[in-house]
Write a protein that binds this ligand. Structure first.
Ligand SMILES: [Zn+2]
Length: 274
């Protein structure tokens, strides 16, 4: 840990660059991110197994913590392979040694690649941080300010949404928004949020959030739970009618391959009478 402090002081001398985390979170389209404090990232326990999930882990981590100041077009030396090998073998001491000293296996890696790795790493750290008490608090402030948007469903009366991942690993699904009132998922309203990686919030966040803030459950309970019933001239539509209350299952989609075949037939062909 001591080398972080030393390195930090020398980078402060330049005094003209932006800190990585605040500038990443204030970027256009990054409104759903909260700022993870550096002491959370500096705790090796919180970083467990992330070195295997993100390429150029050590360089990316240094970039996030502002320990590495390189201009945009400059290439940086990659000591990751040796650092990771040491890190996996010897734990924290190995990682430290890898950063401090050079290695025989030096390769040059473009700054943009490190930048991309840093974004991935920060996203995965972010997914872990927002499940902690201070992380939940930071997300609650954003929730109160409606930073994640509101539910488009009429009967949810502008309920605030929560970001949610459909997978905890990178590259599978973009972020979705969960409404605690109707308990459904929605796509972000703005195109700038449509491609955000869902794993940066993770699958557990809305569940942990709602369990942590008990008062929210009451607030959701008070919300109108009505569903819209179609009527004709004020009369309820018969249960047996196609557009009657049975239409609930019309919103469901086929599961098995046979169901899909039948579904497609009904949708696009006239079924044969024989
Ligand atoms: Zn809703």
């Amino acid at each position: 840990m001591s080398e972080y402090v030393e390195d930090n002081s020398h980078s402060d001398d330049s005094g003209t660059y932006d800190e990585w985390i605040p500038s990443f979170c204030s970027r256009f389209g990054h409104e759903y991110f909260c700022q993870v404090p550096t002491d959370f990232i500096e705790d090796d326990f919180n970083m467990t197994s992330l070195s295997q999930e993100v390429p150029h882990y050590r360089k990316a981590l240094d970039l996030i913590l502002d320990l590495e100041v390189v201009s945009d077009d400059e290439d940086v030396e990659d000591k990751d392979e040796s650092a990771d090998a040491n890190g996996n073998g010897n734990g924290n001491n190995g990682n430290g040694a890898g950063t401090g000293t050079g290695s025989s296996n030096k390769t040059m890696v473009n700054r943009n690649i490190i930048g991309h790795a840093a974004e991935q790493l920060y996203g995965l750290i972010h997914a872990r941080y927002i499940l902690t008490k201070p992380g939940l608090q930071a997300m609650a402030e954003k929730f109160d300010h409606k930073d994640f948007g509101i539910c488009p469903r009429y009967f949810c009366h502008g309920m605030q949404l929560l970001p949610c991942g459909l997978s905890d690993s990178i590259g599978k699904h973009a972020v979705r928004l969960y409404c605690p009132s109707c308990q459904d998922l929605y796509l972000p309203q703005s195109s700038r949020h449509l491609c955000l990686e869902g794993a940066y919030w993770g699958t557990s966040f809305p569940g942990v959030f709602l369990k942590h803030f008990k008062e929210l459950e009451e607030y959701v309970e008070r919300k109108n739970k009505e569903t819209y019933d179609l009527k004709v001239f004020g009369f309820k539509i018969n249960d047996q009618a196609v557009s009657g209350p049975r239409m609930k299952w019309l919103r469901q989609y086929p599961v098995t391959e046979e169901d899909w075949e039948e579904f497609n037939k009904c949708e696009f062909e006239m079924p044969s009478i024989e």
